[in-house]
Design a protein around this ligand. Structure first.
Ligand code: ADP
Ligand code: ZN
Length: 729
């Protein structure tokens, strides 16, 4: 037979699109398009178009009459194989749809198109003798030779754009094509090198070697705050740059301060590219594109930066690795620290986890020989760890209706007399966490959540911290209608502010919480003010507990060191310990400025307080690990939370009962629940929880998926699967 009669085989490719589906679909590739795995493409989907990524050769299960064709291929380097495997891995591990994970990587579709060029104006040589004042203003600006758009040039010169047009017509200005500014300059690895001291050098060398050899190797860089950890990992960043590799530095969003960025600049001569919730869409677009093209060398970002499609990544640093904000609790539920280790493994390069209070999971991985621990023993330059004093609130009582003990107030006074700053830490926003009617006992609760309303005096409202519900502060009790009977119970930062202002009417006070620093910019400004000694006493929430460097701070008071100790969740003690250790680490970071920390507690004998005041971290970790092992809890076993939610309480309960009937129970897997979630309602959704507890060897994802898939989920029910849960609320 002749070839003439044979149909030419279709070139088919699988395209994954960013929707909650698990499978890449087959598309035909027109002959004039050249498509390879990992390419970013545009395809028809239903009656619209969608962008997507080529995920492999098509399997031909669709007959050729039904198949649709790829419309367009974007001119970008293809998504690296390691990144595609990473997306698959995350989907598998988190029990999420593949397309949902892809969506996180393609968060800025506008970035696929090359930036449009614009018309800019520059000075031509023939400047006439006679020009108007307005024209002269323009030429004064334009003489630096930088091309500008007509509108920008007019604005800078303080004229209308008509003046620019006339100058162009007369040949005084000429037009050129300009492109938008690149997202970042190239950091220079040899710009601001400093001499490391010995322990730093030893640690640095090991990471640098791994970067050079492109070895997958996880390191834990462990050292107290101020021991010089940042300088060590900057060495590794410099080495990656010398190898022409890209680097990702992950930080908790609120630790992404100006101070950190300035330090980066001092070391590498330019600013890094930033990736966090405060970055504008335009900046996101250039950054995403720069990362994909390999032009952006260093990205400093919050957890979502992990999904950026780096062209040639050679190092990841996860600073403050113990931080709870690395866990994403909505949508695709993942832990950015753990997934970063997977990304490094798939990419074949080292990863550095950095902390003064490493998580128990990470310590466990060190003990099992999976991660290598590098220790920086002491503070750089002789700054010493602060003195820690425990104030027993049963003995050293605050005045009635007050929350600060006389000892703490005296310590603040001493700090101010020495021209230094004091910080009062309380992880509670607002004025008072609960409002009660003294006459009838009525308590104000959120109508949509199982939560008390928190009084905020700043705006005279009661707030729900779970759903944002607000109520103007009532004048009388809605229950018994008594007037002036409502009493605030317990303190929030605003109330501590009120109390301290009575003692120090002259001092400059600052309250810092997510209410007073509502966006990234406001937070950076507040942190700068602290650094530059623009205030004397800071009252703040955990927003202050991160790796900030406050040179004038000498006294830290923890208003309620017991807070969080009785949360009933697995990591309550560990988290309190980390938080307290972090705030304590704020004090006395500068040489010659001995810091003091005061912990107010009703339980000075508790393990966390004891471990903190002794400074014996190893002891604390050991006891904590023993307890977890005895209880067969992570990291010695695995947990998965399955949360069932619905607006209709009865239907939720009914469905939970159905699920319970087939819940996995084997020798190595136990399922607990359904139990009402501690916060039973959020935003009107009723919530009930299952907890699957399995041996480490069990493929718990498979177990849970099989279980959930065995029952059809009605549309009014939502199921959330949380692997390795951090929150049990
Ligand atoms: P950490 O990251 O452990 O909290 P840093 O890296 O921030 O510690 O170091 C604390 C302070 O010491 C910073 O101001 C830093 O610039 C300084 N520092 C650290 N190592 C050196 C060094 N080898 N030479 C000079 N200054 C250093
Ligand atoms: Zn609410």
């Amino acid at each position: 037979m002749s070839d003439l009669f044979q149909e030419k085989p279709l070139n088919r490719q699988k395209i994954l699109v960013p929707f909650p589906i698990d499978k890449a679909y087959d598309y035909a590739v027109p002959e004039d398009l050249n498509v390879e795995e990992g390419d970013y493409v545009c395809v028809p989907l239903g009656n619209r178009s969608s962008y997507g990524v080529v995920w492999g050769v098509g399997d031909g299960d669709l007959d050729s009459s039904k198949i649709k064709s790829v419309q367009n291929v974007y001119a970008l380097p293809s998504m690296p194989k390691a990144h595609r495997r990473f997306i698959e891995w995350v989907a598998q591990y988190s029990c999420s749809a593949l397309g949902s994970v892809l969506k996180m990587a393609l968060s800025v579709p506008a970035a696929f198109e090359p930036p449009k060029s614009m018309t800019g104006y520059v000075l031509e040589h023939n400047i006439p003798d006679k020009i108007s004042i307005k024209q002269k203003q323009v030429l004064d600006i334009a003489k630096d030779g930088v091309p500008r758009r007509a509108s920008d040039l007019a604005q800078e010169a303080g004229v209308t754009s008509g003046v620019i047009k006339t100058l162009a017509k007369n040949g005084v200005l000429k037009t050129v094509e300009i492109y938008e500014a690149p997202p970042c300059q190239n950091p220079d690895p040899d710009y601001g090198e400093i001499e490391l001291f010995e322990a730093q050098r030893e640690a640095g060398t090991q990471i640098v070697e791994a970067v050079k050899n492109a070895d997958f190797q996880p390191f834990l860089l462990d050292g107290v705050t101020g021991s010089g950890k940042t300088e060590v990992y900057f060495e590794a960043v410099a080495e990656a740059l010398r190898q022409d590799k890209q680097v990702l530095i992950l930080l908790p969003e609120i630790a992404l301060s100006n101070a950190f960025i300035e330090r980066f600049k001092a070391h590498f001569g330019c600013l890094p590219a930033l990736w966090h919730s405060g970055v504008s869409p335009a900046k996101r677009r250039v950054t995403w594109r720069g990362v994909a093209l390999g032009a952006c060398k260093v990205v400093v970002g919050a957890r979502s930066a992990l999904f950026l499609p780096f062209k040639d990544l050679g190092l990841i640093v996860v600073d403050e690795e113990h931080d709870g904000s690395y866990k994403q609790e909505e949508g695709v539920i993942y832990h950015a620290r753990d997934m970063a280790v997977v990304r490094a493994h798939l990419g074949g390069f080292p990863i550095v986890l950095v902390s003064a209070t490493p998580s128990l999971e990470t310590i466990h991985n060190v003990n099992e020989g999976r991660y290598q621990r590098l220790v920086l023993p002491s503070r750089f330059g002789g700054a010493v760890l602060p003195d820690i004093h425990v104030i027993d609130l049963k003995k050293d009582k605050p005045e009635r209706q007050a929350f600060l003990s006389p000892v703490l107030i005296e310590a603040v006074r001493t700090a101010l007399e020495n021209k230094t700053q004091a910080l009062l830490f309380l992880n509670r926003r607002g004025y008072a966490p609960l409002t009660v009617c003294r006459t009838c006992g009525h308590r104000f609760e959120c109508p949509r959540c199982t939560a008390w309303l928190v009084e905020h005096r700043r705006n005279c409202k009661l707030h729900c911290h779970h759903c944002g519900y607000m109520l103007p502060l009532p004048e009388k009790c809605p229950e018994c209608e008594d007037v002036d009977s409502l009493a605030p119970c317990g303190p929030g930062v605003e109330r501590i502010h009120e109390e301290i202002a009575l003692h120090f009417p002259e001092a400059r006070l600052m309250v810092l919480s997510s209410d007073t620093a509502q966006d990234h910019e406001a937070l950076c400004k507040a942190l700068d003010d602290i650094v530059h000694h623009e205030c004397d006493i800071i009252i703040g929430t955990q927003i202050l507990a991160k790796g900030h460097h406050f040179p004038h701070l000498s006294c830290v008071g923890v208003v309620d060191a017991d807070l969080g100790l009785h949360g009933g969740d697995l990591r309550a003690a560990e988290r309190s310990y980390q938080l307290l250790h972090q705030v304590a680490g704020r004090a006395g970071r500068e040489k010659g400025n001995q810091g003091s920390v005061y912990l107010q507690s009703y339980h000075p004998e508790s393990r966390v307080i004891e471990a903190l005041s002794s400074g014996d971290r190893e002891y604390f970790l050991e006891i904590e690990a023993q307890e977890r092992q005895a209880a067969h809890m992570p990291p010695y076993s695995r947990l998965v939370a399955v949360i069932v939610k619905s607006l209709e309480e009865e239907k939720m309960q009914e469905f939970a009962q159905t699920l319970a009937k087939t819940a996995p129970h084997h020798e190595r897997v136990k399922t607990y629940g359904p139990a009402p979630a501690p916060i039973y309602r959020i935003r009107g959704f009723y919530r009930t929880r299952f907890l699957v507890h399995a041996d480490k060897e069990v493929n718990v994802q498979e177990v849970v998926k099989t279980w959930i898939k065995s029952i059809k989920c009605p549309s009014h029910i939502k199921i959330q699967i949380d692997i390795d849960p951090q929150s049990f609320l």
